[in-house]
Design a binder for this molecule. Structure first.
Ligand code: FAD
Length: 308
């Protein structure tokens, strides 16, 4: 079955939902395909303090819900499905999904964000969902009064370790360098917190456990008993399905200043875009601008050769 739209948005994070809002408000027949939950990485933080207009900050969950509601209010359709492939025939782009459906449109805005990098060590994939997690806000409450480890030393790792102090009894923050890389205010909070124990110049060699996570073996040979392991060692682009279709740099989509990719009709916005600032406010701004440029592209096609 094939479904025809004016603009399809790949990913329903802040960039995708804002693009959907702008496109549908401008009269475009707009579809968002989101493989998981709308809101994207907003699900990984608790509160956004630097989104304009919310002087006291806003709960990330509320921000995600508001964005979805606003996009739907203007008529955007949101379907839960994962895009697995993209093809082009003349002016028409066809997106194939994990549920074997096909969606067609002359313009696609890729807003597929980033995903957390994996350690690629024994035990990690087998124990994912069984104690190994990439989202403290999602899974932290499962580790009440338990010992956990956080792997990484940047802003996300430190913020997530601090968040986990609400639930876990002890948090081992394990970082391969000699000092944390987070901004000073966050580093200081992590260093001062009595529940957080720092392991610097250490790397994890193996995650142990059969049915559930039981512990870690470090490269130094030390063993740590933990029931949860939260991995925050950086991001990689989530756009594997589009990687060979448009020009990329390190997997991130290259665009011009109009958010056009190397492939006509394909636009990109937000964290998946090469050079993106990777903040909610910039993802939204890029989504809005990409939608406007996609609209102009579709209307030009409609006025000339394109007849849907
Ligand atoms: C822990 C943490 C804290 C943060 N704190 C802040 C903060 O305080 N302030 C701030 O401004 N920013 C913060 N950020 C960054 C901010 O969340 C991101 O910059 C923003 O979410 C990027 O939006 P996006 O829409 O580009 O991508 P994402 O939010 O990554 O959304 C991409 C969406 O695309 C979907 N998707 C991916 N591939 C497919 C596919 N094949 N098919 C269908 N759907 C797909 C994903 O499921 C996801 O929902 C934080 C991030 C993290 C991880």
């Amino acid at each position: 079955m094939s479904k025809e739209k004016d603009i399809i948005i790949a990913g329903g994070g802040p960039a995708g939902l804002t693009a959907a809002m702008y496109a549908s408000r401008a009269g475009m027949n707009t579809l968002v395909l989101e493989k998981a939950m709308t809101g994207g990485q907003l699900w990984m933080s608790e509160k956004i303090e630097n989104y304009p207009g919310y002087a006291e900050g806003i709960e990330s969950f509320n921000l995600a819900q508001n964005m979805e509601k606003q996009a739907k209010n203007f008529g955007a359709e949101i379907i839960k499905d994962e895009i697995t492939d993209i093809k082009k025939d003349k002016e028409v782009l066809t997106l194939k999904t994990a549920s074997s459906k096909k969606y067609r449109a002359p313009a696609v805005i890729v807003c597929s964000g980033v995903r957390m990098k994996k350690l690629d060590i024994p035990g990690e994939s087998q124990l994912t969902g069984k104690g190994v997690s990439y989202c403290a806000v999602c899974d932290g409450p499962l580790f009440r009064d338990k010992d956990v480890a956080v792997i990484g030393g940047g802003n996300t790792a430190c913020e997530e370790a601090l968040y986990l102090t609400r639930f876990a009894s002890k948090i081992y923050l394990i970082h391969r360098r000699g000092s944390l890389r987070a901004v000073r205010s966050i580093t200081e909070k992590a260093e001062k917190n009595k529940k957080i124990r720092l392991f610097l110049n250490e790397e994890v060699k193996q995650i142990q456990g059969k049915e559930r996570t039981e512990g870690l073996i470090l490269k130094s040979g030390k063993k740590i008993d933990v029931e949860g392991v939260f991995i925050f060692i950086g991001y990689s682009p989530a756009a594997g399905w589009i990687e060979n279709f448009v020009k990329t740099e390190k997997g991130f989509i290259i665009t011009d200043t109009d958010f056009k990719s190397s492939q006509e009709g394909v636009f990109a916005a937000g964290d998946c875009r090469y050079g993106a600032f990777r903040q909610v406010v910039s993802a939204c701004g890029e989504g809005a601008a990409a939608a406007e440029n996609a609209r102009k592209y579709v209307e030009k096609l409609k006025g000339t050769s394109y007849d849907w």
